[in-house]
Design a protein around this ligand. Structure first.
Ligand code: NCD
Ligand code: ZN
Length: 359
């Protein structure tokens, strides 16, 4: 990181970062959001929870072409942003499909959604160790990472405890059975998760979102119910936020950036049963910089955002750079999508950090 500090402004430059957990959607939504990510990130792991989900290497190839077409339409220079594709694991994913995905060169992970745990997860896995042995063995053998939505979907388990219970019921047995399987514990939200990832043996890492670094669950209820702060896994207590911020800024290579930016139209969030997901791609790196600054650890942002992720995935770090400046601006109330809008996280509030240059 190079840094200049003057009384008028503060800027710093990091290697171009990547987003290791991103929902881009499809169609009009994809066209509306993709340039926001490309402005800041060199690559992103693209989540496969479309309807229907991306379950085959051929579907991932076709989706990648649609993303590239949307990038071109948005005026993003060719090669400036690389989508790293994923498959959606089902009870029926054959080992052959994992082999095809590995051979494709474009699929970099397979996503586990416990059935019913979150948005578009109906086709998800009902019994990981019982039904997915063939796929898991192939992934372990081929070095294909398993990207885990780490929450049980058991209605008798309190929603705030679902990550901790998942560690005991699924994560520990999974990693005992497949000790060489590369696992990313996605969007970590608890102190329990941080402790598990820190002390576990073998190839494990975790992504952390900006909202879980910046907010605790009080943010959902300030002055009334605030649907634009609602995502899954849901925001937790302050003690968990502190543990996440400490992990992200610690320099530990197992923790890296994954926004989980999950755009939904304003109407689908502001209703009697609003969708889960925060739109953070618009201002992601500024949100992370704000969180790191509050911990006094802006110097640790580059490892978290630009180095630890590629190292885990076995990819080179990006050549380019991104320069951020401390110059507060107002987050817009909404971003247009076709004839509707998306409300970004913390809309209307001040954002301290801006991208001023990308090279
Ligand atoms: C995601 C979405 O909308 O696709 N929502 C969310 O709250 N994070 C799904 C997910 O990653 O859980
Ligand atoms: Zn997600």
């Amino acid at each position: 990181m190079t840094s200049t500090d003057t009384t008028a402004s503060h800027t710093f430059t990091i290697r171009r970062p990547d987003d290791w957990h991103l929902h881009l959607r499809d169609g009009v939504m994809l066209e509306a959001v993709v340039a926001d990510s490309a402005r800041q990130f060199g690559r992103a792991i693209i989540m496969p929870n479309l309807t229907p989900p991306v379950t085959t290497a051929a579907q991932a190839e076709a989706y990648k072409l649609r993303i590239e077409a949307a990038l071109a339409k948005a005026g993003v220079e060719e090669g400036a942003f690389t989508p790293l594709m994923t498959l959606y694991l089902t009870d029926n994913t054959p080992a052959d499909e994992i082999a095809r995905a590995a051979d494709s060169g474009i699929v970099h992970g397979v996503k586990l959604y416990p059935a019913g745990a979150t948005t578009n997860s109906d086709a998800g896995v009902t019994d990981l160790l019982g039904k997915c042995a063939g796929a898991l063995e192939a992934m372990q053998k081929l070095g294909m990472p398993l990207l885990v939505h780490g929450e049980v979907n058991d209605p008798t388990v309190d929603v705030f405890d679902r990550e901790a219970v998942f560690i005991e019921r699924v994560m520990i047995p999974l990693r005992q059975r497949y000790p060489e399987l590369k696992v990313v514990f996605e969007h970590l939200t608890t102190r329990d998760g941080v402790e598990y990832v820190r002390q576990a043996e073998g190839p494990i890492a975790a992504t952390i979102t900006p909202q879980h670094l910046l907010y605790n669950r009080n943010a959902l209820f300030v002055g009334g119910i605030r649907p634009h702060w609602y995502c899954l896994p849901v925001l937790k207590r302050e003690t968990h936020r502190q543990a996440l911020l400490e992990a992200a800024t610690s320099g530990n290579k197992r923790f890296f950036l994954g926004t989980d930016s999950a755009p939904h139209t304003r109407g689908s969030k502001e209703q009697s049963c609003g969708c889960a997901g925060c739109y953070t791609a618009f201002h992601a790196i500024g949100l992370y910089a704000t969180a790191f600054e509050t911990a006094g650890r802006l110097d640790a942002l580059e490892a978290f955002a630009s180095k630890n992720g590629p190292e885990f995935y076995g990819l080179p770090i990006n050549e380019g750079t991104l320069t951020l400046q401390r110059s507060p601006t107002r987050i817009p109330d909404e971003v247009p999508v076709g004839d509707t809008t998306i409300v970004p996280l913390a809309a209307g509030e001040e954002l301290r950090w801006q991208v001023v240059q990308s090279a």
